[in-house]
Design a protein around this ligand. Structure first.
Ligand code: GAR
Length: 218
């Protein structure tokens, strides 16, 4: 038996964040094992990534369960069975149910492509473009029962330009996602994160907890 933390990943689609986590584990930056990928989408490219990296994948579709509650307790069962200590939502496009949250309190992390609490829910990047913000970014947070409302672990900011499209902004944000998500997971696996109400306290360098890159005045 290894004493590495078991991570369970939930993803619905292409899984580029999933890949960044795999890469960081394989490079030795995160001392953990991905025990299983659970997806609600049989066509998710994330499944292909599992094949390439010898990771177990499971398709669990809500439609195959009698109701939402039983779906999430089914997901929780699979994670518990594998001794999962951290659940990572890497582009999982559903609001997680109480049945799963209750089993993993402050042990489910999500990445959201906006600077929360602005622009929660779907299409965070499009919401930011439409609003005309000058600063956009991404947030890694613990999952509670609300929609993107849980305690914030780390955020990274990028500039937003007047001629940005949803795609151009998404791409800029995604590059930061691939940095901050593995970083937050690493902090967790090193037991350096504590939660006090809404506040997440990270043991370590302050500057590392917020990644802001304003262009500055030249
Ligand atoms: C990412 O941009 C992630 O932040 C977002 O979906 C994308 C998944 O990309 N998640 C959400 O919007 C969750 N509400 P990926 O499959 O390539 O990681």
């Amino acid at each position: 038996m290894s004493d590495l933390m078991n991570i369970g990943v939930l993803a619905s689609g292409r899984g580029s964040n999933f890949q960044s986590i795999i890469d960081n584990i394989e490079a030795g930056h995160i001392k953990a094992v991905i025990s299983v990928l659970i997806t609600d989408n049989p066509d998710a490219y994330a499944i292909e990534r599992c094949r390439k990296h010898n990771i177990e994948s499971l398709v669990l579709k809500p439609g195959d369960f009698p109701d939402r509650n039983r779906y999430y307790s089914g997901v929780a069962d699979e994670l518990v069975k594998r001794g999962v200590g951290l659940v990572v939502l890497a582009g999982f496009m559903r609001v997680v149910g109480k049945a799963l949250i209750d089993i993993f309190p402050n042990r489910i992390m999500n990445i959201h492509p906006a600077l929360l609490p602005s622009f929660p829910g779907l299409h965070g990047q499009k919401q930011a473009v439409d609003y005309g913000v000058k600063l956009a970014g991404c947030t890694v947070h613990f999952v509670d029962e609300g929609v993107d409302t849980g305690p914030i672990i780390i955020q990274a900011a990028v500039p937003a330009y007047h001629d940005d499209t949803e795609d151009s902004l998404s791409e800029r944000i995604l590059r930061k996602e691939h940095l901050v998500f593995p970083y937050a997971i690493r902090l967790f696996t090193e037991n350096r994160i504590k939660v006090n109400g809404r506040k997440v306290i990270v043991d370590g360098n302050r500057e590392d907890q917020s990644m802001i890159n304003p262009p500055g005045i030249k």
